[in-house]
Ligand binder design. Sequence first.
Ligand code: SAH
Length: 262
Amino acid sequence: MVATLPSDRSPVIGTVWLVGAGPGDPDLLTLRAARLIMGASLIVHDGLVDGAILSMARPSARLVSVAKSRSRHTMKQDDINALLVREALAGHDVVRLKGGDPFVFGRGGEEAQACRAAGVPVEIVPGISSAMGAAAAAQIPLTHRDHASIVTFVAGQCKGLSDQDWSGLAGHGRTLVIFMGLATAAQISDKLIADGLAPDVPVAVIEKATRPDMRVLRAPLAGLADLVDRERVQSPALIVIGAVAAQAADNTICATALEAMQ
Ligand code: SAH
């Protein structure tokens, strides 16, 4: 009998799991995400993933940070794609942890494409997007029969601002949720007001949603940039524009922001 040599077998390829880590609070992970994190031997994660979530990993797990931020890129997207593919082709399952949901401004689409192109199996595990987490934590309903029946998610960084036509995205009956819009808050309010939006449309800024140091700040649209500046709002933060923003729970509203609305 001839023994089968390992080289005769097709090579084992790992699976890449693109996993949403939710907005921050570990209780907001899906059960599937929690199981994958606790069982992983390799976790590749963004800067947005909370330390409390990473601490759920096994002590022996390899944790690789590919943190991205506006001013500090530790790893280019192509290099992240290459890392995922390389590890999977070497036979390792990879838990790729992303803040919120992997397919909402998470570049999950690019990573999934890179895996498929390399013949690497890829699975997507949805997460609670920060839009949902922030809305719930601040008690801002994104839709409301009296106020809004359309919700739009936009990226507010410079490229998103200059490349996209925002006219009509905000206004009567609509809620606009802006990701990555802190640095461009002044341009955002100018652009929307120039498009015809009333300067007193309610705006809520939700900083570090679902984390212990979360803040919810409110201002009229014309006061958005001043609010962000005065309160030194830090990333990550979301900007919600529309009538529903006025419903933010009272106890979370910053007093100085309220003064600005009067
Ligand atoms: N995939 C993520 C979004 C990534 S883009 C999701 O579904 O939430 C990064 C942006 O998300 C940040 O600039 C910020 O606008 C928003 N964000 C992520 N986590 C947040 C949090 N805990 N609180 C407020 N905004 C958050």
